[in-house]
Design a protein around this ligand. Sequence first.
Ligand code: NAD
Length: 325
Amino acid sequence: MKVAERFGSGHRVLVTGGAGFVPSHLVDSLIARGCTVVALDNFVTGSKENVAHLLDRPTFTLVEADLSDGLPTDHPALAERFDAILHMASPASPTDFAQLPVEILRVGSVGTLHLLERAVADGARFLMASTSEAYGDPKEHPQRETYWGNVNPIGVRSVYDEAKRFSEAATMAYHRYRGLDAAIVRIFNTYGPRMRPDDGRAIPTFISQALRGEPITVHGTGNQTRSICFVEDLVRGILLLLDSTETGPVNCGTEHELTMRQLAELIVSLSDSDSEVTYVTRSSDDPEMRRPDLTLARELLGYEPAVAPEDGLRRTIEHFRARLG
Ligand code: NAD
């Protein structure tokens, strides 16, 4: 299945969380296509630096605002209609779950509702960034979109998992009952340049530790698995879904499934580091294994991830090396 480009030159696109890791790469691709992009961010986990290279472009505007308070009514960049709205705003790392629990719940509930209302009013295509965390600690492996998940509703990760599940439900309600042209992407673990070294996710943590020559702190036995996706592949998948008329949900990621121990060893070797791999206490409800079934993404969108873990990790390590000095 080949998806034709639907949003390009002359189209106006709003990206919430646009100064974050994944969203800033999406913004780059949309600008490269000729779209006029408004990025809205409150910088709670993102950074102006991620979009600094775009600030003097006439087709790019950065608006500082908290989506949970609603879209600002007095900003000229938000006055005109949007053709597409990508809802990417949400803190997303395990340290954020503990430090920003209410912020996560708010942006994934009232924030989503504000944006859905705007999308209906504009007649825009709405794309919601959901997550593999919607499957919780899965009992089905690999995870297909038909699986309803295994989430502990009162666990330490629930603020994120349940906010995303709420957002999915809200998106489907606006699609079914208000005629919204909507899409949901379930994003699996993604990594790449512009991640925060201290955000608590495995890849930036292991790379920072390896580059500093510190022990690599693997949680638990290190036998739990994740499938890791380089940000370039993810962005391509998201844009394919945006351009399509599909609603989904559609999984996006890769089938490169590694144990945390393998991931730590690979990062040590690719960084030419002498760091030792050590094992520390694992947090509760940490999923045991995670790998997307990509059949739907392949059939509906012609999606195929292209970047091997060694290549993507090497590029990420180089970015961190430059950043950490
Ligand atoms: P990130 O923290 O780098 O990006 C999120 C951005 O949203 C940040 O710039 C942050 O400042 C902004 N934001 C948060 N709350 C806001 C609010 N109330 N108002 C305005 N802006 C707000 O994280 P990321 O990893 O790039 O994730 C981006 C999106 O993709 C998130 O929705 C996340 O849930 C989803 N996702 C990411 C992954 C991954 O592996 N990176 C996996 C699954 C889902």
